[in-house]
Unconditional design. Structure first.
Length: 73
């Protein structure tokens, strides 16, 4: 399933790369695309598991937050 999230706290290319690398660490995740203010990725995880992992990732990234997790497929 493809997912989309909104991200706050990204201000530069370095921020985009940090978020991209962090999302690529999600298990069973690929096709990560990060743009200013949002990210899209594909994952075989169930939506509840994706949310749980995103919560963990963004807890470890002070200054960044995500919202509006949506499945797009």
């Amino acid at each position: 399933m493809r997912y989309q999230i909104e991200i706050k706290g990204m201000h530069c290319h370095g921020c985009l790369n940090l978020i991209k690398i962090s999302l690529e660490e999600l298990p069973q995740t690929d096709a990560v695309a990060v743009q200013e203010g949002k990210a899209e990725f594909a994952s075989d995880l169930e939506p509840a598991n994706v949310k749980e992992r995103l919560d963990q990732i963004f807890t470890e990234l002070p200054g960044y937050s995500y919202s509006n997790l949506k499945g797009t497929e």
